[in-house]
Design a protein around this ligand. Structure first.
Ligand SMILES: *Cc1c(COP(=O)(O)O)cnc(C)c1O
Length: 405
C-alpha cells in the first residue's frame, strides 16, 4: 500500500541533488540552486502522470484541501457535504476555512450516498466533497450531476486514492479541484506533502499564491513580488519534493503489485459466499491499496476481528467502525466541539446538532466492513497463506454463528 515500502537509492539520489546545492526552498535563489527545481519538476510530473492541467504542491493533504476550499471561495456560513467515513483531516479543512461540515451517509462505495447527498442540500450548500476512501472511488457521475443541477463546487478528497481512475480519468482531476496527500503512509510519499489538482487556470493561480503568503510570483525576485491577496505558508520543501519525484516514477510499479496482490487475496475471500465486496463504480480503476469487504452482520464482523487478533493476522486489517480516526462514531472531539480557538456561531450550532444525530444507514455498512491493506512487500506465497487463513477464520466464525442461532 504505502510507497515507503519501496524506498531506496532512487529517493536518496534525488534528495542528494538538493543537499549538494543546499537550497532547500522551492522558490528563489536562482543562481545557487544550479538548475535544481525539485518541486517544479514534481508538479510537472504530476500533471503528466494524472492528466490534470495544473498541480500545486503543498505541505500536506490537509493544507491542499484547505487551499482548495479557500480558492474555491468556500468560507463562513457555507455548508460542505462530506461523508461520515473519512480521515479527520477532511473536516479539519472544512472547519479551518470557517465553513460547516455537513456529514452525510455512506453507501457500499464507502463514500457519499448520492440520495443522502440530495436530501442534505439546503440553500447554504456550496460544495460536495466525496472522499475516495481506501484506494477506490465515489459514484462520481451521480455526484457531479447533483453539483451541476444545484451549481455546487465539486471537490475530490482523493488523498487515499492516488492512481485510481474513473472512466479513464484519474480521480482527483475530475472535479473543480482535487487533493492528494503524500504523507508517510500514502501510495506515494514525500515524508509530508500534498497537491491540489485542477484544470482551471484561475483556481491554479490562486493556489500558487495562497500557499506562499499570497506572492504573485511575478517579481524579478521574491522581494519584488506583490501580494494581491492574503495567503498562508503551505509550501512544500525541496527535500520533500525530491522524495516524491523518485516515488512518482515508481507509481506504475506500485499499482501493478497492488493489483496483483489484491486480486489473488480476493480469490480466497470469494470462496466464502456469505461475504460481499465493496461496490466500486469503475472496477478497472481501483488502485487496489485495500481490499474492502462486508460480513453479514455486525456481530459476525466483530467475531472475525477478534479471531484475527487471536491468530495474529489483525495488523493490516482495519475495522473502521471501532477506529478512532476514520468514522463519525468515534469523533467525540468533533461532537464536543473540542477546538482550541473559537468557531463561528453557525459552525457551533451545526456541531451541536451532530451530537444528537444518528447515522443508522452508515452504521449498517461500516459495522460490517473490514478493509485489508495490500502490501507491496508480500510474496505470492504470503498472499496465498494470508488468504487461506482469512477465509478459514471467516468460515469458522460463520459456522459458529449458525450453531448459536
Ligand atoms: C491522509 C488524508 C488526508 C490528509 O493528508 P495529510 O497529508 O496527512 O495532511 C486527508 N484526507 C484523507 C481521506 C486522508 O486519508
Amino acid at each position: 500500500m504505502p510507497g515507503f515500502e519501496f524506498f531506496g537509492n532512487e529517493e536518496r539520489k534525488e534528495v542528494n541533488d538538493v543537499l549538494e546545492t543546499g537550497i532547500l526552498m522551492r522558490y528563489g535563489f536562482d543562481g545557487p540552486r544550479k538548475g535544481i527545481w525539485k518541486a517544479k519538476e514534481l508538479e510537472e510530473a504530476i500533471t503528466r502522470v494524472f492528466g490534470a492541467k495544473y498541480a500545486q504542491l503543498t505541505s500536506s493533504g490537509t493544507t491542499a484541501l484547505t487551499t482548495a476550499l479557500t480558492v474555491l471561495n468556500i468560507g463562513a456560513g457555507d455548508e460542505v457535504i462530506m461523508p461520515t467515513f473519512t480521515f479527520v483531516a477532511s473536516f479539519e479543512a472544512v472547519l479551518g476555512v470557517g465553513a460547516i461540515p455537513v456529514l452525510v451517509d455512506v453507501d457500499e462505495t464507502l463514500t457519499l450516498n448520492p440520495d443522502a447527498v440530495r436530501a442534505a442540500i439546503t440553500p447554504r450548500t456550496k460544495c460536495i466533497m466525496p472522499v475516495h476512501m481506501c484506494g477506490s472511488m465515489a459514484d462520481i457521475d451521480a455526484l457531479q450531476q447533483i453539483c451541476k443541477k444545484h451549481q455546487l463546487v465539486f471537490l475530490e478528497d482523493a488523498c487515499q486514492s492516488i492512481g485510481a481512475t474513473y472512466k479513464g480519468k484519474a480521480v482527483g482531476t475530475i472535479g473543480d479541484a482535487g487533493a492528494f496527500s503524500f504523507d508517510f503512509v500514502k501510495t506515494i510519499t514525500c515524508g509530508e506533502g500534498g497537491v491540489i489538482l485542477t484544470n482551471n487556470e484561475e483556481v491554479y493561480l490562486k493556489c500558487d499564491g495562497y500557499t506562499d503568503h499570497g506572492h504573485d510570483h511575478k517579481g524579478i525576485d521574491r522581494g519584488a513580488d506583490l501580494h494581491p491577496f492574503i495567503g498562508q505558508n503551505f509550501r512544500i520543501s525541496e527535500l520533500h519534493a525530491a522524495v516524491g519525484l523518485a516515488q512518482i516514477r515508481k507509481l506504475d510499479q506500485f499499482l501493478a503489485v497492488q493489483r496483483k496482490n489484491q486480486r489473488l487475496l480476493r480469490s480466497y475471500l470469494e470462496q466464502v459466499p456469505e461475504l460481499s465486496f465493496r461496490v466500486i463504480p469503475d472496477a478497472e480503476g481501483d488502485s487496489c491499496t485495500f481490499l474492502s469487504w462486508f460480513l453479514p452482520t455486525e456481530a459476525i464482523a466483530k467475531a472475525v476481528v477478534a479471531e484475527m487478533k487471536v491468530q495474529g493476522i489483525l495488523p493490516g486489517n482495519f475495522y473502521w467502525y471501532a477506529n478512532n480516526w476514520h468514522y463519525i462514531k468515534q469523533w467525540d472531539h468533533l461532537k464536543d466541539i473540542a477546538t482550541l480557538n473559537n468557531l463561528n456561531a453557525e459552525q457551533k450550532s451545526a456541531l451541536q446538532k451532530l451530537r444528537s444525530t444518528n447515522f443508522p444507514a452508515s452504521d449498517a455498512i461500516m459495522s460490517r466492513c473490514i478493509s485489508t491493506a495490500i502490501s507491496l512487500m508480500w510474496t505470492e506465497e504470503q498472499v496465498r497463506e494470508k488468504g487461506a487463513k482469512m477465509a478459514a477464520i471467516i468460515k469458522k466464525v460463520l459456522s459458529e454463528a449458525t450453531v448459536h442461532a
